[in-house]
Design a binder for this molecule. Sequence first.
Ligand code: SF4
Length: 358
Amino acid sequence: MNTSTEKLTDYRLRVDQIPDTVEEILNEQERVELRRDIKQLLQERDAVLVAHYYVDAELQQLADETGGYVSDSLDMARFGHEADASTLVVCGVRFMGETAKILNPEKTVLMPTLEAECSLDLGCPPDAFSAFCDAHPDHIVVVYANTSAAVKARADWMVTSGSAVDVVKHLKAQGKKIIWAPDKYLGEYVEEQSGADMLIWQGSCVVHEEFKGRELLELKAQHPRAKVLVHPESPPSVIEIADVVGSTTGIIKAAQTLPDKEFIVATDKGIFHKMQQAAPGKVFIEAPTAGKGATCKSCAHCPWMAMNGLKSLASTLRLMNNEVQVDAAIIERAKLPIKRLLDFAEANKQKIYGAGDA
Ligand code: SF4
């Protein structure tokens, strides 16, 4: 339904722009000591830990054990708002830290590293995106949560993967044409589900883009009783095989509520920790990420999420550094598209928090 004939720039990152996934190598003694230090520092600094489903299981566990929280980006920011602590420590990627800051401008927001990016955020530079919006003034600008504060500030609406179809259907019913950014696969999925007239920015997630339809079919044939759970940032050839297409929270919920015992999961494997907690005794299998002989840099784990580790977290808490800074004017403007989503959810009795992604 894309009615524009213009050629959109492909904002896929080059391989050399994607960092190698580096896991922390620590012995058990070091882990024990770091976990102990982090717990103590969280108390001393009046800080609370909020972690995304895709970070290391050990960090998720620490958040759970210390009165923090593990969820998707919008829900992390919501929790931060309700928490009494004056400092939020966000284990995730930069746009999550920025969203936490937008919704909690009075709090100090720290991250174990400010270098944890996201290919969707990097693939949607604010200036280029703003110029694109300016060139299409008759379109409503809808952006996914996985964008910088500056891009959100240029948008009319922000949506999560769990709310995108409903919001776009609502806008379509008002006769609106849509600019969608940044994820092209999620955009195509929303376009197909809503029938809306959409101009789709050509960004992609380096993790979900790696899932392969043909290999997934082969794996499914080996596990005929397994249900296939797919995040909609995946390519259409993968989405069409899915039994359930859902946000991170939707995928966890499906594993919990479906009667099946075995699942093939096409999203970052960090989520397996929460899935196993939510549905103990069930079997989760990673969807294949690379065709035969292909190289795979992401291998179903986000290299930027993997930058969050015990060492960097402890160091941030010790030094109180890596503070997320967002310009006050951008915060004010970026709140509007987020508030529109929350008001829409309220009016439609939808649960938006806990239904977003990445
Ligand atoms: S998994 Fe993909 S969408 Fe999520 S933070 Fe990493 S690059 Fe971004």
